[in-house]
Design a protein around this ligand. Structure first.
Ligand SMILES: O=C(O)CCC(=O)C(=O)O
Ligand SMILES: [Fe+2]
Length: 379
């Protein structure tokens, strides 16, 4: 165990004006540059948000009584912060400001660190630790490698954030549809396929679909967390939409729900097999993710209600239905929110002659997809 893991440092970020911009700053500047191994998570039972070291040691209360060290960050001081990470015990308070060069900067929040090996702080009672761990598990799913039973599964699927931004493409014809082409590296794709294989769901050829509700396998929870990170860190291609909520692959009210996903479908398609045009059932909330593995395919989107298709076409008889093709390559992720989720049907027709891209027919092999959704809460 490294010193860092033993220390169980917890970095807590507080903000009264929590928004996407703050999260981006945190991800890029705090988690990405200063502490490359730290992750930013939402914190449902504390105010603001917390960045937690991957060892995800313990969850502590943020209070003066518990001897926490306060500091705040200022954009111009990041270099300085990197150099003086060990000085955080100095109880300095530094603040996070937005980064508008021409405007007066506004305070966006502040950061607190807790050092669990601090002699004063380290007198942790066992009970308290267990309770803290329970809360962590509830919020993030079990993730600590200290749990014996998970060891094997953890080894088969790791999604360590590189802290790098991945490119997101907004599909301009379909509001709420975003594509992240390089979501998973080749290595990550193989380890995800291995994790799926290890579930033993598809040992019989006749089975081509597996579903899980509620507690998802660890690898699926990790996948969900990684989706969240990728959205937060995302390199978003210049957008034609100006409204804040529409300029992000997942609106914040969906991105920060807990859990992000609690329903999983793995579909396996043999060449020629696909899925009919449909809108996903209303029992699922908004915000649906599909990860594609193995053979590429073209997914077609058509308006669910053709009457509302295009205003210009409404009066014309037999107006051609708008059909938008999206190429889903292996390792890609699409996110469907809002109109893309509710007003557009999606389908994969892998019959010969239909899977065309760039004027060429796609060479079809086996395709696997992972769909992650959140069940609606019962009324
Ligand atoms: O396999 C896919 O890519 C799509 C799956 C899908 O749309 C669904 O399960 O509802
Ligand atoms: Fe679907």
């Amino acid at each position: 165990m490294t010193r860092e893991e033993k220390d169980g440092k917890l970095l807590m970020i507080h903000s009264s004006c929590f928004n996407q911009e703050l999260i981006r700053i945190l991800r890029k500047k705090v988690a990405g540059e200063l502490l490359p191994n730290w992750r930013v998570y939402p914190q449902s039972n504390l105010h603001g948000n917390a960045a937690i070291h991957p060892s995800e040691a313990f969850l502590g209360n943020c209070s003066q009584e518990r001897n926490s060290c306060f500091f705040t960050l200022h954009e111009s001081k990041f270099e300085d912060m990197r150099a003086t990470e060990t000085n955080w015990r100095n109880f300095q308070r530094r603040e996070i400001y937005d980064n508008e060069p021409n405007n007066k900067s506004t305070l966006m929040g502040w950061v607190t660190t807790l050092f669990f090996n601090d002699p004063e702080f380290g007198k942790n009672k066992m009970e308290e630790e267990n309770e803290n761990r329970r809360i962590l598990n509830e919020v993030f799913g079990e993730s600590s490698s200290e749990y014996d039973g998970e060891e094997e599964e953890l080894q088969t699927f790791e999604l360590d954030s590189t802290g790098n931004s991945l490119k997101w493409e907004q599909i301009k014809e379909i509001k709420g549809l975003w594509l992240c082409k390089d979501f998973l590296s080749l290595e990550q794709q193989s380890s995800l396929l291995l994790a799926i294989e290890n579930e033993g769901w598809f040992t019989e050829d006749s089975r081509n679909q597996a579903m899980r509700f509620g507690d998802l396998p660890v690898w699926a929870t990790k996948l969900g967390n990684y989706i969240r990170e990728t959205v937060l860190l995302g390199d978003i291609e210049s957008c034609h939409l100006i409204k804040e909520e529409e300029s992000c692959p997942m609106p914040s009210h969906l991105l920060w729900r807990e859990p992000l996903f609690d329903q999983l479908i793995v579909n396996v398609y043999q060449p020629g097999e696909g899925i009919c045009a449909h809108v996903d059932l209303m029992r699922f909330e908004d915000g649906i993710a599909i990860i594609s593995l193995e053979s590429s395919c073209v997914m077609h989107f058509t308006r669910g209600d053709s009457d509302t298709c295009c205003i210009e076409n409404r009066d014309k008889k037999e107006a051609p239905q708008l059909k938008i093709p999206i190429l889903l390559t292996s390792g890609s992720l699409i996110l469907m929110c809002g109109e893309a989720r509710y007003l557009w049907k999606h389908e994969i027709n892998r019959k010969p002659g239909v899977q065309l891209w760039g004027g060429q027919e796609i060479d079809q092999q086996k395709r696997t997809s992972v769909t992650l959704r959140k069940l609606c809460q019962p009324e």
